[in-house]
Design a protein around this ligand. Structure first.
Ligand SMILES: C[S@@+](CC[C@H](N)C(=O)[O-])C[C@H]1O[C@@H](n2cnc3c(N)ncnc32)[C@H](O)[C@@H]1O
Length: 156
């Protein structure tokens, strides 16, 4: 998972053991660490480009909200898929949220790739079977609505 979202807080609340949070931005991780205060030491913080990261263990769950859609070259997307194949244990759950086909074309000033559940599944490849899809309209602090698709997969 990457920083800023409060999923990590909820996982710690529920007793998950040492969840890992990865982000290319050290500043984003620092923000989350500050928020978690004393509980930050219970998290494995990783500063890395997800397309170049070398996982050294396998995880039972993977959650990506609004990171994959920043990978706009085929090379980056293939690298992400390879990381995912290495990092997620068979039977593990993968949730990837991206801007939907009718979502914004840019995020934080950067171009993004938008997905349907089908085009996302094609990017992740046959090792990940899609088991659920949900569309969410995310309201930004500036009052804009961003349409996301969230797809859930099981690692084969
Ligand atoms: C829109 S924010 C989403 C943050 C968080 N997942 C959430 O839901 O609130 C996108 C995040 O992706 C991170 N990011 C962008 N490209 C990345 C990459 N190649 N590897 C890892 N993190 C990346 C950014 O630093 C930023 O924190």
């Amino acid at each position: 998972m990457s920083a800023a979202a409060r999923l990590v807080d909820a996982l710690l609340d529920r007793g998950f053991n040492r969840p890992a949070v990865l982000d290319i931005s050290e500043a984003a991780l620092e923000k989350s660490k500050l928020r978690l205060a004393g509980r930050a030491s219970q998290v494995h913080w990783i500063v890395a480009d997800i397309a170049q990261w070398e996982p050294n263990r396998q995880y039972s769950a993977w959650h990506d909200r609004a990171v994959f859609h920043f990978l706009t070259t085929e090379e980056q997307r293939l690298a992400y898929r390879s990381v995912l194949e290495k990092a997620v244990a068979p039977g593990g759950i993968v949730v990837v949220g991206t801007f939907a086909l009718d979502g914004p074309e840019r995020c934080s000033g950067l171009p993004v790739q938008r997905y349907s559940p089908e085009s996302l599944a094609a990017e992740l490849g046959p090792a990940f079977a899609c088991t659920a899809v949900r569309y969410i309209d995310h309201a930004t602090p500036a009052g804009k609505v961003q349409r996301f698709q969230f797809s859930r997969f099981v690692r084969q």
